[in-house]
Write a protein that binds this ligand. Structure first.
Ligand SMILES: [Zn+2]
Length: 277
């Protein structure tokens, strides 16, 4: 995945900054024949190219049209494929619209768009499909989603069927033209997650991971850790059950200060020792 970042800070969605607790991923495609990222993502960072039509999404819309996603996949100016993160993952997006039972936006779905071309080019499709698989696997790992579980990874049209999105056909008006569907997509995401786990297990550089971690990711891990800690039993209980002893024996904890809270880097080290990173 060629993941880059260009937050749409002038979009009203970004400026409102409503936070979500991510619950799943919604896959979209743009419904317009324009594979160039610069159509939507600006300013030019030297790779995107310049949108001379002034119709990109990094602007305030006087017409009040509410469109904003967490990421877009498409072509850079040189024709290669990239993914741009355009909203922090824990901001509410404006991508799903409203269904009969509610809105995926408000429920906390992370939404990204794949830029459509004329929909008949199999080479372009294969590249952006792959990029979308890798982005979704990355998000599922970050937020602990099982892509095969019901409702965790859905497209806009599936969201409509579930009553949580407006009546759009994406992406099932496009994927089947190239022998794919949301079922193949979920399976490919699951396979991608397994693949990267095995590769990373071999040599994890924890210091590098911590350096590369954004504040946002660190905060999410910290939140999870706190949620986890409050549900943990009292120290004596854990000592009676032998968990504390086991943690020392297996080297997950060094056996000192059972009652002191974990610091962020210590927690990362514990996850690493358990093979969870
Ligand atoms: Zn859509």
């Amino acid at each position: 995945m060629n993941l880059r970042k260009c937050l749409l800070t002038k979009n009203e969605c970004y400026q409102r900054g409503v936070k979500i607790n991510p619950v799943g991923v919604m896959v979209h495609s743009t419904g317009a024949n324009n594979p160039w990222l610069k159509r939507y993502v600006q300013p030019d960072d030297g790779l995107l190219g310049t949108n001379n039509n002034g119709n990109h999404w990094n602007r305030y819309r006087p017409d009040g049209r509410q469109v904003c996603v967490h990421a877009l996949i498409g072509k850079l100016a040189d024709g290669s494929i990239a993914t741009y993160q355009t909203l922090p993952w824990n901001y509410r997006g404006w991508h799903s619209g409203q269904g009969s039972k509610g809105s995926a936006n408000n429920m906390g779905y992370i939404g990204f768009e794949i830029c459509e071309d004329g929909m008949s080019d199999g080479v372009y499709f294969a590249k952006v499909y792959r990029e979308a698989v890798e982005l979704t696997a990355y998000l599922c790992k970050m937020f602990g989603f099982n892509p095969l579980a019901d409702g965790k990874v859905i497209c806009h049209s599936e969201g409509h069927k579930r009553g949580i999105a407006s009546n759009h056909a994406d992406v099932m008006h496009w994927f089947p033209k190239h022998g794919k569907s949301m079922d193949t997509f979920r399976a490919d995401v699951a396979a991608e997650m397994n693949k990267t786990t095995t590769e990373e297990d071999e040599d994890v550089d924890i210091n590098k991971l911590l350096q590369d971690m954004t504040d946002e990711q660190a905060y999410l891990i910290y939140q999870k850790a706190v949620q986890h800690m409050v549900t943990l039993p009292e120290p004596e209980w854990s000592q009676k059950e032998g968990a504390w002893k086991k943690a020392q024996e297996t080297g997950v904890m060094d056996g000192t200060s059972p009652e002191r809270p974990l610091k962020r880097d210590e927690f990362a080290a514990v996850l690493d020792r358990k093979g969870l990173l």
